[in-house]
Ligand binder design. Structure first.
Ligand SMILES: C[S@@+](CC[C@H](N)C(=O)[O-])C[C@H]1O[C@@H](n2cnc3c(N)ncnc32)[C@H](O)[C@@H]1O
Length: 276
C-alpha cells in the first residue's frame, strides 16, 4: 500500500461500542445512499472550504459509501478512504474508481504515520467518536504541520422533535447524545492548546428536513445506519402502542404543509495544525 500507512501497529484494541457502531453502518451500506439527504447537503457545503492546490494527500475519515471520497479523488493527487466498517469499505471499493486507497480502521487509533496527510475531510462522523479528544488528537497526529482538518458534525438540538416526542412516552434513549456547541469547541480547543493548532473557521446552521410521517423518518435513520444507541435500555423494538403514542406527540410539530419536520443542527469547522 502507500508509504503513509504505518506498519508497526501490532494490536488494535477492540471497543465494543465502536464495534456496534460499525455493525450498524455495515448493515446499512446498501441503503445508505438513498437515505443520505442531510449527508449530501453537509458534505457539499464543506467542499468549498478545502484547499485549491491539487498535489495533496487527502484522508476521508469515515468515508462511508465513498460518495465524497470519489469527489475528493477528482480534485486531489492521492486520496485515502478510511472507515471502521468493513462492509461500508467493501461497498465503496466496488463503486469507486481504482485510484483511491481504502483503509479499514478506527479514528481513535489511525494506522497512518505522523505528519503524513495534507488534508483531512470528515463529513458527519465526529458525532460517533468517543472519547472525542482521543480521536481529535489522532487526526492532528497524522496531519502535516500546516495541514487542515475540514469537518462537519451534529450538535445537541438535532432531532429534538423526535427526542421530545419520545420523552412524553418513556425515559429510554431514542436519539444519540449530541454534544452542545460549548462541549464540542471546549474539547477541540483543549486538544489544540499547547500550540497544536487553531480552529480557524466555525459555522452552525439548522437544517430542517421534511418527512411524510414518523415511519419515514425512522426508516431514513435506519437506512443510514445511524440508529445505534449506546445507552438504550430496551434493545427490542419499541411496542406498537408506544410508537403510536410518540407519533401522536410528534404531530405537535406538523408543518403547515402537513409534513413532519426534523431539525439537524449542523456544525462545520476548519482546524489548521500549527507549523512547529
Ligand atoms: C454518517 S456516515 C458518513 C459517511 C460519509 N462521510 C458521507 O458523508 O456520506 C458515518 C461513517 O463513519 C464511520 N465511522 C463511525 N465511527 C468511526 C470510527 N471510529 N472510525 C472510522 N470510521 C467511523 C461509519 O462506519 C460510517 O461509514
Amino acid at each position: 500500500m502507500t508509504s503513509v500507512v504505518q506498519e508497526n501497529i501490532t494490536s488494535v484494541s477492540v471497543n465494543v461500542e465502536r464495534v456496534n457502531i460499525a455493525k450498524s453502518f455495515g448493515l446499512a451500506s446498501k441503503s445508505y445512499d438513498n437515505s443520505a439527504r442531510l449527508q449530501r447537503i453537509a458534505g457539499n457545503h464543506i467542499l468549498s472550504l478545502l484547499p485549491k492546490e491539487k498535489a495533496l494527500t487527502v484522508l476521508d475519515v469515515g468515508s462511508g459509501t465513498g460518495f465524497f471520497t470519489e469527489v475528493l479523488a477528482s480534485k486531489y493527487k492521492q486520496v485515502i478512504g478510511f472507515d471502521i466498517s468493513h462492509e461500508m469499505l467493501h461497498f465503496a471499493k466496488e463503486r469507486c474508481n481504482n485510484h483511491i486507497i481504502w483503509l479499514e480502521g478506527d479514528a481513535h487509533n489511525i494506522p497512518l504515520k505522523d505528519n503524513s496527510i495534507d488534508v483531512i475531510y470528515s463529513n458527519l462522523v465526529i458525532q460517533w467518536f468517543n472519547p472525542l479528544d482521543v480521536a481529535i488528537t489522532e487526526l492532528l497526529r497524522v496531519l502535516k504541520p500546516g495541514g487542515s482538518l475540514v469537518f462537519t458534525t451534529l450538535l445537541d438540538g438535532t432531532l429534538h422533535e423526535l427526542k421530545s416526542s419520545w420523552q412524553k412516552v418513556d425515559d429510554d434513549q431514542h436519539v444519540i447524545n449530541f454534544k452542545t456547541l460549548t462541549e464540542l469547541t471546549t474539547v477541540v480547543n483543549t486538544v489544540l492548546s499547547n500550540n497544536q493548532g487553531q480552529l480557524i473557521e466555525q459555522q452552525c446552521q439548522d437544517i430542517i428536513l421534511e418527512y411524510n410521517n414518523v415511519i419515514h423518518l425512522a426508516r431514513e435513520l435506519k437506512g443510514l445506519g445511524a440508529n445505534h444507541l449506546a445507552q438504550k435500555q430496551n434493545r427490542g423494538l419499541s411496542g406498537k402502542a408506544k410508537w403510536f403514542n410518540m407519533a401522536e406527540h410528534y404531530k405537535n410539530y406538523l408543518a403547515p404543509n402537513g409534513t413532519y419536520p426534523a431539525t439537524y443542527c449542523l456544525f462545520s469547522g476548519v482546524v489548521v495544525k500549527s507549523v512547529d
